[in-house]
Write a protein that binds this ligand. Structure first.
Ligand SMILES: [Zn+2]
Length: 67
């Protein structure tokens, strides 16, 4: 059944896939004004994504010089 197997959406709300945990999540009232900009299913995911960019984002190029 692919990515959405086991995901319930009885109200047929718009669905997106979280850019961090890659789990599907559906529209919430709190996102009514910003749905187009929502990328993550939760605040935790957005914070973790900000802290740890995906490995394929060329992390080797940015050397941190604070030890
Ligand atoms: Zn997520």
């Amino acid at each position: 059944m692919g990515l959405l197997s086991g995901f319930r959406n009885p109200h047929n709300l718009p669905v997106k896939t979280c850019a961090h945990c890659e789990r599907p999540f559906c529209w919430r009232r709190k996102w009514a004004r910003s749905w187009n900009e929502v990328k993550y299913c939760s605040k935790a995911c957005s914070q973790q994504a900000a802290r740890k960019p995906p490995a394929n984002l060329c992390a080797a190029g940015s050397v941190e010089d604070e030890f």
